[in-house]
Design a protein around this ligand. Structure first.
Ligand code: PPS
Length: 570
């Protein structure tokens, strides 16, 4: 019997040192400069070390980098479309010389690898963005990373792998290329179609992937990204639970699920080639490329960054060289009269074609509306509903702002009692005075300390909102910029309502319950809001209340009505 032929994939780089060598490096690494890897760098390093990025043997040096940016090829001429670089701060770079070794550590300080520094340079990041992503518009997540987050200096060189990064979730579903190749070998699979995804799979995807496999007479690998995807995507914990459900829909023995710790760049066409090279390394023979593969959405002018079929076209140009076959994605639609999914180009005019866009699906999820069975599987809808409940089950923050004595605390209290009566969620009141006593007792009323105080309140409120409770905050919060920061922190996690208690200064001063205005006027109290410290009135508050003209009861009632209108109450 002849030797078993590898199903596919060619030579795999394995950058891990032997145990003995790793022990030696670990001992020496105590004296190396030490770099704490970002989440994205850790993903890249993981896939470099396990061979998913073969033929790369480390972070790109300058010649390879320039060549990849300009020609999509390494200096050697090998096709490689995305620069894999190690960005560091200027201060760190100053302490590193060529031929040094650098210890690369995870967030807990564990030594993951050692970099043998062969290159150090300051890249032109805007030029990289233009070359690689075809744009310098930072609405593109890849461009945004380069222009707003990347360190300014790149270090390049070979990697000496010490140990794989630790992930505590879905361990059995995470495979290295050699593990997956081994599994294919064990299963006797010779032809494998890979499907890359960053979204939950619904019926259309199941139909599409299964058809793709059938047409290629191949088995199917569903390989979702659990490293980094597009900001705002559904979290990978929820997605993986969904994938496990969808797997039950494929005939036995046809399909495998494996997770990949990839940090996506959303580079569209270039990214499609990159994904294909990676899948070849995992032993796949075919790769599904859909409409707008790895697309980042629209730019500032509302135009898509890439054409819907640019990725398929670029792939076609390089298919021979890539040595992995493209299975172009066909748009699947549900044909009601036939009760089945069909490729859009196989339907006739007399067919009733149903479609639910991603945006409409998310709206229905958000509003708790019906999602038809033809669109998705009940278990998947249930999973998504649990993770992304409708607004009336999400948490929210009601953020009061206004002068001292404006009536914030009184209205906030009335609102708290009404929400407790309503009873849908636990309520926490973070009143200005109470916070100053407990959370911020050491802070003064300088601008810096007021900001710190508000950001602390914002942090606590964001945690409460995330965990589906109600946070009512009632500080003065005099500065627009800081209030905006709090809104931006909380809005992605649930509801946020800003309430401007606009009671005029004269009224607040006349009330002067604590006698502080009198002290401020007399110059005994410095930096008092409204007297000798500014109050920047909000321009876009959801509700404005003047307690000189409205009772606390009515004010709280108005806020309740607004909450109801926005969908946060039952
Ligand atoms: S801030 O600016 O948001 O951090 O202020 P806050 O924490 O809400 O302030 C709470 C109470 O502190 C009292 N106080 C002052 N307010 C403004 N300026 C100065 N310099 C000051 N010194 C003490 C004031 O009574 C605030 O209480 P409220 O409940 O707003 O009347």
């Amino acid at each position: 019997m002849g030797a078993f032929k590898e199903p596919h994939g060619g030579e795999l780089k394995d950058l891990y040192l032997t145990e003995g060598q790793a022990d030696q490096e670990k001992a020496s690494a105590k004296d190396y400069p030490s770099w704490d890897l970002s989440a994205r760098q850790l993903c890249d390093l993981d896939l470099l070390m396990n061979g998913a990025f073969s033929p790369l043997e480390g972070f790109l040096g300058q010649a390879d980098y320039e060549s990849v940016c300009n020609t999509m090829r390494l200096d050697s001429g090998v096709l490689w479309p995305i620069p894999i670089t190690l960005d560091v701060s200027e201060t760190f770079a100053e302490g590193v010389s060529l031929d040094d070794r650098v210890a690369l550590r995870d967030a807990e300080g564990v030594l993951i690898a050692v970099l043998e520094v062969s290159d150090k340079w300051t890249p032109d990041l805007a030029r990289e963005a233009q070359r690689v992503y075809g744009s310098t518009d930072d609405l593109h997540p890849g461009v945004n990373f380069l222009l707003n987050q990347s360190g300014p200096v790149y270090l390049g060189g070979k990697i000496l792998g010490i140990e794989p990064p630790t992930y505590y979730d879905f361990k059995l579903l995470r495979d290295t290329p050699s593990e997956l190749r081994g599994r294919f070998r064990k299963l006797g699979w010779r032809k494998i179609v890979a499907f890359q995804t960053r979204n939950p799979l619904h019926r259309a995807h199941q139909e599409l992937t299964f058809r793709a496999a059938r047409e290629a007479e191949a088995n199917l690998l569903i390989q979702p990204v659990v490293g980094m995807t597009k900001p705002g995507d559904i979290d990978h914990f929820t997605r993986v639970r969904c994938y496990e459900h969808v797997l039950e829909q494929y005939p036995d023995q046809t399909t495998q699920l494996s997770l990949i710790n990839l940090a996506m760049r959303m580079a569209g066409p270039r990214e499609a080639l990159w994904h294909a090279i990676i899948r070849k390394n995992y032993g796949c023979t075919h790769f599904i490329v859909g409409r707008d593969h790895a697309g980042p959405g629209n730019d500032r002018n509302g135009q898509p960054f890439y054409g819907p079929y640019d990725a398929q076209e670029l792939f076609k140009e390089h298919e021979q060289e890539l040595d992995i076959t493209m299975v172009p994605f066909k748009m699947m639609v549900y044909v009601e009269n036939k009760a089945e999914y069909l490729p859009a180009d196989e339907t006739s005019d007399s067919d009733t074609v149903l479609n639910l866009s991603g945006t409409e699906f998310r709206r229905r999820l958000r509003e708790g509306l019906d999602i038809p069975e033809w669109f998705s599987y009940p278990k998947i809808v249930e999973e998504l509903r649990r993770a992304y409940p409708p607004k009336n089950q999400q948490g929210f923050t009601v953020f009061f702002t206004g002068l001292s004595g404006s009536g914030k605390s009184t209205v906030a209290n009335a609102l708290m009692v009404k929400l407790l009566e309503e009873g849908s969620r636990p309520v926490t009141l973070l009143d200005g005075d109470v916070v100053r006593k407990n959370l911020s007792s050491e802070l003064s009323f300088s601008k810096e300390h007021r900001d710190l105080n508000i950001l602390r309140i914002g942090f606590v409120a964001s945690e409460i909102t995330k965990n589906r409770g109600i946070a009512i905050c009632a500080p003065i919060a005099p500065y627009t910029q800081t209030r905006r920061a709090v809104r931006e922190l909380i809005e992605p996690l649930g509801g946020f309502l800003e309430i401007h208690v606009s009671t005029p200064l004269e009224v607040c001063e006349a009330r002067d319950r604590k006698g502080l205005y009198a002290k401020a006027r007399a110059g005994q109290l410095k930096g008092f809001t409204g007297i000798d410290d500014p109050y920047e009135a909000p321009e876009n508050a959801e509700v404005v209340i003047n307690t000189a003209e409205m009772s606390p009861d009515l004010a709280a009632h108005r806020i309740l009505i607004t909450l109801e209108k926005m969908g946060y109450l039952r």
